[in-house]
Design a protein around this ligand. Structure first.
Ligand code: SF4
Length: 467
């Protein structure tokens, strides 16, 4: 790793920013964009970038239930120990899916399927079967080798023995799993209210592999309370010994005003900027020394992994599930707060469970808000995806594809990029803007230069400060 980044620089760039799993990002969605506007995107149209309902599909189901709150959590979840809520939830998801399918009229093959949460494995084995088989009545699941059918797993909440659950997943067609770990250090686990042993985690990894799951991802977090270099090194080495195909190392963002559970974290237990940087450096050193490639923001994978191969071919993409090889799919999201994308339109479901339930029970669309991409959004979305996936903007191709003069169109953005160039985070030639090795650690800051909404918000904040 390039050593030129230091704490002072990290502090300067330390501002909250999007993870750019979409552009525009979710806060830009608005509630006067409803069901009619959203489904209009599914109609075949002559516009070159607009949607088409026969595109392959990515399906997402949000399962919000968790047994106990992890204090760092920023997800939309419902804490409950009532094991029967999942059954009723699944029936409503299926009712929603049937309605969407009828509305679309037709649909392409399902190339990507993801169960996220919350804790999807809070569903009983029979509820999970009902969910997958029920969705299969409306959408074309298949056994293509390039499919990505994945599920987030919490080893603490399995409804049956790991080998039985893993076997069930394989029978249902899943070929990928993702396990949340964060840190195995006991002090950290107590401070974030998530006690999960290395043994139960690794047992589940082994069971998944033994039963035929092809790809295992593990999530870690740096910047948690009570985290130490020694403890995090032990965690990294324990996880790396299991050789997951993919790993994500996220930075904890402490935003107690936005997320209630985070108020249970004592700020004095959090590492400072220097501590966070040291933890991140450690993670990158350990992962790269073990042969993992740094794909982009927060994500690493083995050189043989499909994401790395796609990146080498220049085909890596990004969608709401993160880095993907299936970014060209239309996305249908089901369940509370789930997000969908049809062509150039985004839509998000109601965010609180009773409202979503009520909409589904009343046979109304649970869509809450969304937007249709403008021509300007499309060019910026392309640029931000190029940065996130390839660390580079191809100026010539962008100009040709979108019919713009880059220098003129992005004069403001290029001015915002100047300090980043001066700091060695980005280089610029006549053909390309390229993120340096150091800049890859601050990828979202580079992308934010091209985000019209972030810039507008920053300008209006500075205008109101001057008034
Ligand atoms: S981190 Fe995951 S398991 Fe923990 S409360 Fe949040 S959604 Fe639930």
């Amino acid at each position: 790793m390039n050593k030129s980044i230091d704490c002072e620089m990290l502090r300067r760039y330390d501002r909250a920013g999007p993870r750019y799993t979409s552009y525009p990002t979710v806060p830009q969605f608005h509630s006067d964009f409803g069901e009619e506007e959203f489904y209009a995107c599914a109609q075949p149209t002559p516009r070159p970038h607009a949607g088409a309902s026969m595109r392959p599909l990515s399906l997402y189901v949000h399962v919000p239930f968790c047994r106990s709150p992890c204090f760092y959590c920023g997800c939309n979840r419902v804490i409950t120990r009532n094991g029967t809520v999942g059954e009723r939830y699944v029936e409503r998801v299926l009712a929603e899916a049937q309605r969407v399918r009828e509305r679309l009229g037709r649909s392409g093959p399902v190339l990507q399927f993801h169960l996220g949460g919350g804790t999807p494995n809070s569903l009983s084995g029979s509820s999970l079967e009902r969910l997958v088989h029920g969705l299969g009545e409306h959408f074309a699941f298949n056994s293509r080798v390039d499919r990505d059918y994945s599920m987030e797993l919490d080893p603490r909440s399995l409804p049956e023995k790991p080998e039985d659950y893993a076997a069930r997943l394989v029978r249902l067609g899943f070929n990928r799993v993702s396990l949340g770990v964060q840190d195995f250090d006991e002090q950290v686990q107590l401070a974030v209210n998530r006690v999960q042993s290395a043994e139960q985690t690794l047992d589940l990894v082994d069971a998944c592999r033994d039963q035929g799951i092809q790809s295992v991802n593990v999530d870690l977090i740096y910047g948690l309370p009570k985290q130490s270099l020694e403890g995090f090194r032990r965690t990294l080495r324990t996880v790396l010994a299991a050789r997951p195909d993919r790993m994500a190392v996220y930075g904890y963002a402490h935003m107690p005003a936005a997320f209630r559970a985070q108020r249970r974290i004592h700020e004095s237990d959090l590492p400072d900027s220097a501590g966070r940087l040291a933890l991140l450096r450690l993670a990158i050193e350990e992962l790269t020394a073990s042969g993992y490639r740094h794909i982009g923001m927060d994500h690493f994978a083995l050189p043989t992994d499909a994401l790395v191969l796609a990146q080498e071919r220049g085909e890596l993409q990004r969608n709401f599930m993160g880095y993907t090889t299936h970014g060209g799919c239309d996305l249908l999201g089901f369940g509370v707060s789930a997000i969908s994308r049809l062509g150039d339109c985004y839509g998000q479901n109601l965010k609180d469970l009773p409202s979503w339930e009520h909409a589904v029970d009343s046979r109304r669309s649970p869509l809450w808000r969304g937007l249709a991409l403008s021509a300007d959004d499309r060019v910026r979305a392309s640029i931000i995806e190029q940065l996130m996936c390839h660390g580079q903007i191809d100026l010539f191709t962008t100009e040709r594809e979108y019919g713009i003069d880059f220098q003129k169109y992005f004069g403001d953005a290029l001015a915002r990029l100047e300090p980043l160039i001066a700091d060695g985070l980005v280089t610029r030639t006549g053909q390309a803007i390229t993120v340096t090795e150091t800049g890859r650690l601050l990828l979202r800051n580079v992308a934010m230069c091209f985000d019209r909404y972030v810039s507008a918000a920053a300008e209006s904040a500075s205008a109101s400060r001057t008034i």
